[in-house]
Design a protein around this ligand. Sequence first.
Ligand code: UDP
Ligand code: MG
Length: 325
Amino acid sequence: MDFSLIVPCFNEEENLRVFIPTAISYFEALDAMCELVFVDDGSSDATYQVIQDQIEAYEKRTESAQKEDGRRLAFQVVGFSRNFGKEAAMYAGLERATGDVLGFIDADMQQDPAVAVRMFRLLRDDPSYDCVAAVQEQRRESLPMRAFKRVFYRMFRDMSDLDVVEGASDFRVFTRQVAAALLSMREHFRFSKGMFSWVGFNTRVITYQVHDRYAGESKWTMRSLLGYAWTGVVAFSTWPLRAAMVLGVILALLALVLFGIDVFDNVVLHDGVSTERILVYVVLLMSGIQMVVLGVFGEYLARAYIESKHRPLYIVRRSYQIPSR
Ligand code: UDP
Ligand code: MG
């Protein structure tokens, strides 16, 4: 197998009716043996059925040609027992894909399969690279969202010491070595952007024109996006823990200085210091800060606890492949 394209799908029945024939048409024009790996991430619509129908239609259409020239395109389909999230779906795809070169693409037609094929060619023609990452030419996002992402990437880079490609999503094509490295990271809290940087390798960045979703809406909400950003920070940096410690040191020093001033006022200047109100403020402030610090500790502890269970990243409900092995 030359090229495996992994497609995580969550409630994408309408998009897949367009995506699959489009991807197939590009693959048919490619002088390589290709594989499409669909991961149905616990969809509640007919995603799994649509994938099956489209593959059947392809098989029927190419039956005679396959008999003559042999097979050029293979399929794998996996359906999860519930929604485990895109990161888990990507992992399941990586585990199954058999290509020498692999790639991720969304099912919603925002990312053109033609670009994936272009990335495959780039990688095949230039062995000095291990990965090709596609960055959106023009971001089609609101100004606050762009600002948020920009600030996040800058902070993430500083905190994690990882050289993440700004604006690069998981729309990438990479070698089997990169895939093996990603698979070796079996962690539960996954943050692909950080992982691609963490494993290293030579990455070539290209730009592509992003399209609007063909149908349906993005599954991201502001809340889930913030949660994902936090997962990335906690997964790749212990900076928040260090910040908590620094804060503690600063506050302790401050308290010492204030105490010194008080003593000086009392002993040297013989001033009576009214401390009641200040005390209330200080107690409030200190307990607030302590809660925040404990919360940060708790976040790491909770995640370490969940990781320590070594639960599977996903559960498969059904799957098949064509040709069957
Ligand atoms: N996706 C998934 N599981 C999820 C959410 C999304 O497999 O829980 C898939 C989705 O079907 C799509 C891709 O991940 O193929 C990107 O999702 P989406 O379009 O919602 O994200 P965006 O393009 O807005 O970043
Ligand atoms: Mg999308």
